[in-house]
Design a binder for this molecule. Structure first.
Ligand code: FE2
Length: 229
């Protein structure tokens, strides 16, 4: 009676299936109870530091006035802001080295010891409607920005993922998934620091005020060993 045999055969199959499910479940539970030894290496991670300097509005206004005087004296072409020893610039410089001491040393070993120096710096004066296109800072080791004056909507800094087309994480911005940048909103007194290989850009200043920041290229190494032509 094949008609009856068939369900018996099916029941066997069903039993076997149940056995397999149990086996699978017991395996699964065994795995759940195993403590995995995971070692996560944050290799080639790219640090971007956002540091609140603590400098207040009065300091920043005085600093802006010093920058205005420098502008009157020399103009903004081909100059180095750190050649000027005005009181607030000197104070800012001291703060920047303190900030470097607290963040960067772990990235440099015995062979290339931590010994930062400013290569050059300049003021970015962005009037309403101005922006900065996508760029990097060439061979410099570190790039920093200090925001002197900025209103709301004066243009965010967009810091681009240096892993290029890697689809490792999906960042959303303004409802769009998969953008390749992180956004930093400027604030007077904020200090930003990141490696020089990171490409970045500044959005259009959509406020009614001029936005002023000070950018600096920072190198690391024994400056007494630098050879020039
Ligand atoms: Fe830049």
């Amino acid at each position: 009676m094949e008609v009856w045999q068939s369900p018996v055969y099916c029941t066997c199959l069903e039993n076997r299936r149940l056995e397999m499910v149990r086996e699978f479940e017991s395996h699964r539970f065994r795995h759940i109870n195993i403590t995995m030894n995971i070692n996560k290496n944050e290799w080639w991670a790219t640090p971007v530091w956002e540091i609140d300097s603590g400098f207040d509005e009065y300091f920043n206004l005085a600093l802006a006035a010093e920058l205005a005087d420098i502008k009157l004296e020399k103009g903004y072409d081909r100059y180095d802001i750190w050649d000027y020893k005005t009181p607030r610039l000197l104070e800012l410089k001291e703060f920047m080295f303190d900030a470097l001491d607290q963040t960067v040393p772990e990235y440099f070993g015995e062979y290339y010891p931590y010994n930062p120096c400013f290569i050059n710096g300049w003021a970015n004066i962005q009037h309403p409607g101005a922006d900065l296109p996508l760029h990097d800072h060439g061979g410099t080791v570190l790039v920093s920005t200090y925001y002197v004056t900025c209103e709301e909507n004066s243009g965010d800094l967009l810091v681009v993922d240096p892993r290029m087309g890697a689809n490792w994480e999906w960042i959303a911005d303004n409802g769009f998934q998969g953008v390749k940048y992180r956004r930093i909103t400027p604030k007077a007194g904020k200090f930003i620091l990141f490696p020089g290989y990171v490409m970045h850009m500044v959005e259009t200043n959509r406020s009614n005020s001029t936005r002023i920041s000070i950018a600096t290229n920072i190198h690391n190494g024994r400056i007494d060993k630098i050879h020039t032509r």
